[in-house]
Design a binder for this molecule. Structure first.
Ligand SMILES: Cc1cc2nc3c(=O)[nH]c(=O)nc-3n(C[C@H](O)[C@H](O)[C@H](O)COP(=O)(O)OP(=O)(O)OC[C@H]3O[C@@H](n4cnc5c(N)ncnc54)[C@H](O)[C@@H]3O)c2cc1C
Length: 474
């Protein structure tokens, strides 16, 4: 059969921007010429359209994937349900293959697309490319989904069929000529207009090779001390794989199998269980599709969150007067990432000290995180707020002073992101308002001028939060 006579299959890339371990691509490549496509579908995403930092990442990730596909990746903007049938018709495609996504709006859209294609006699095949265990694989004995992490992971995942082994990139890949209707990368308008993205660049190597290198670095330097080290934001003990995983530049299967080559240890178990948290979040989102918008525990619907733009802006800008909170918020703004421990601290501060709605925090993270992920972000914010499944109980309020003293005792992380406090002795670093005037003077700190006074009193606001949360019990 000549190259032109081979049937053409469309490979629809989505959150699987890689050629290695990509089941949709491998299957498409086996018999057919492949037309690789990506559609920026903000219309179907609605209010969950990607935020600014994610769009920046996506721009570079698409450029990288395009290189791996000999410059033949076809880009489109618009409603996938309209675009796919048009491309199928134009190229007389025999099939459309993709790897599944689990966001509720995508599940709805993709099911419709699949049904419409099958109706027209077009082969529509989807594969699992981004979860170790898909949501319908893990259920309690009575068939209902787990709501608590430990049994989900230990009884569910670890007793289910082990994740499949990762597969290499296709040996041969016959890529179809470019579609003249496709648009250029610049036309996706993914980059911000104000050049704010320049500060993110030095922190990341975006793309499949960058993901592989992040994993290699973690296996060399991070894994051996992961269980303890992951709590300390100044250490490089975590993998920083989250944005690569979100965009599918690496699959969880590749991470799982490569990590499991290491000697068995509690560090390895702990790392695998964090991948398990990701699976849990996806399972929650799949089974409880309103997770990004609604309290998982309905009693929280009665909670009277404050609306206060002044407090919200101070938190967003890292100007709360609590150095660990400010360090985290500035790390986020400058790198598109924040260490997990600090995410918990800033989240708790927003919800339980400022009494602002967790959805306001989640929305800011959605816009500024390069790893913004509908499942992980929603589940984690609900966990911090205490209204989620298997959430931190409402009385668990992270104290930003003691958290700093415990997890950044020398202040390496905090001084880096809040340089105006760099000279403050560690005794006062997390409570500069207690420092004697001479100490402040010597450190070059003038409270209210070079660094803000605390936005609220943590003890008082904690009591207020506890009282408000207690009312929900009655
Ligand atoms: C308020 C809040 C919001 C968050 N929003 C997001 C988000 O939008 N996207 C996101 O990927 N993570 C989110 N997380 C979870 C976690 O903070 C990040 O996954 C982690 O910090 C990423 O860094 P890493 O890749 O170095 O993690 P590692 O410690 O190296 O973990 C490896 C992988 O496991 C997964 N993982 C680790 N911790 C968690 C967790 N608690 N929940 C779910 N998956 C986890 C991630 O995919 C991560 O890449 C949030 C946490 C909090 C408290």
């Amino acid at each position: 059969m000549s190259e032109k006579e081979r049937p053409l299959v469309i490979c629809w890339f989505r959150q699987d921007l890689r050629v290695g371990d990509n089941l949709a691509l491998r299957n498409a490549a086996q018999q057919s010429r492949v037309l690789p496509i990506f559609i920026l579908d903000d219309k179907s995403a609605g209010s969950l359209r990607k935020g600014a930092a994610s769009r920046w990442w996506l721009h570079h990730s698409l450029a990288d994937l395009n290189k791996s596909l000999d410059g033949k990746l076809n880009l489109y903007v618009g409603d996938a349900a309209e675009i796919i049938p048009t491309i199928v018709k134009q190229h007389q495609a025999a099939g459309v293959y993709w790897n599944r996504c689990y966001e509720p709006w995508r599940v709805e859209r993709d099911s419709k697309i699949k049904a419409a294609l099958i109706n027209q006699g077009i082969e529509a095949k989807s594969f699992n490319g981004s979860l170790l265990w898909e949501p319908n694989q893990i259920a309690k004995k009575d068939g209902t989904p787990y709501r608590v992490f430990t049994p989900f992971y230990k009884r569910g995942c670890l007793h289910a069929e082990p994740p499949r082994e990762p597969l290499p990139a296709p040996d041969t890949l016959a890529i179809a000529a470019k579609d003249s209707a496709a648009v250029g990368l610049e036309e996706l308008n993914l980059l911000p207009k104000i050049g704010w993205d320049k500060q993110l660049e030095p922190h990341w190597q975006i793309g499949e090779e960058g993901a592989k290198q992040a994993l290699d670095r973690f296996l060399e330097d991070g894994l051996t001390n992961y269980k303890q080290g992951r709590n300390f934001p100044s250490l490089q003990s975590t993998s920083r794989l989250s944005p690569h995983l979100h965009w599918g530049e690496i699959s969880p299967h590749q991470i799982w199998y490569e990590t499991c080559q290491a000697e068995p240890s509690e560090n390895l178990d702990h790392f695998c269980s964090e991948l398990g948290w990701r699976e849990f979040s996806y399972s929650l989102l799949f089974h409880f599709p309103t997770l990004p918008q609604e309290n998982f525990q309905k009693k929280f619907d009665r909670f009277k969150w404050q609306k206060n733009d002044r407090l919200l802006t101070a938190w967003q800008k890292g100007q709360t007067g609590y150095p660990l909170v400010d360090a985290g918020m500035r790390e986020l703004w400058q790198t598109g990432y924040m260490h997990n421990r600090v995410r918990m601290v800033v989240g708790s501060f927003l919800v339980k000290n400022l009494l602002l709605d967790w959805r306001d925090g989640a929305a800011w993270f959605w816009d500024t995180l390069v790893d913004a992920d509908e499942a992980n972000n929603s589940a984690s914010w609900q966990w911090v707020a205490g209204c989620g499944a298997d959430a931190a109980p409402y009385f668990r309020i992270f104290n930003p002073i003691t958290q700093g003293e415990k997890f950044d005792a020398e202040g390496e992380y905090t001084r880096k992101w809040v340089p105006e406090l760099a000279q403050l002795p560690k005794k006062y670093l997390y409570k500069p308002w207690e420092a004697p005037p001479l100490v402040l003077l010597e450190a070059g700190v003038t409270l209210g001028e070079t660094y803000p006074e605390p936005l609220v009193d943590v003890k008082e606001s904690r009591e207020k939060a506890l009282a408000a949360f207690k009312e929900l019990k009655t």
